[in-house]
Ligand binder design. Structure first.
Ligand code: SF4
Length: 118
């Protein structure tokens, strides 16, 4: 249990530093979960997208929808693959860090099991 908590705090710090790197600063309650933080950031990226590139403008909206359903345990196996591919593509092909980071955070969270289906 202590090891898992340590990993989560390290990941939390990494994500907070990434959010800080794109020009924002957030303050969190002590009990904010990693799922809530990731959902917050994807939503933040979607709302603040300037719309110049499709991966961020459209991709983050779909990623937000799929992520929400993933966390509720509503995705089929095919949709889970789609979420992972979408996150990888958004992270790789967005024009600036807002979109890139949104994709990378979700991809990283899925790859390392930081978020789980309910
Ligand atoms: S990734 Fe950057 S350039 Fe592309 S839509 Fe988002 S904010 Fe605009």
């Amino acid at each position: 249990m202590q090891v898992k908590l340590k990993v989560e705090l390290q990941e939390l710090c990494r994500i907070i530093s990434v959010v800080g790197a794109i020009g924002g600063c957030i303050f969190l309650e002590r009990d904010v979960s990693i799922e809530e933080l990731i959902k917050f950031f994807v939503s933040f990226a979607q709302k603040n997208s300037c719309g110049k590139c499709v991966p961020c403008r459209v991709g983050t909206k779909w990623m937000e929808v799929l992520l929400e359903r993933y966390l509720k345990g509503e995705l089929s196996a095919e949709e889970k693959k789609l979420l992972k591919i979408l996150a990888e593509d958004i992270g790789a092909s967005s024009r600036c860090d807002l979109g890139k980071v949104a994709g990378k955070i979700v991809n990283y969270a899925l790859e390392y099991g930081l978020i789980e289906e309910k």
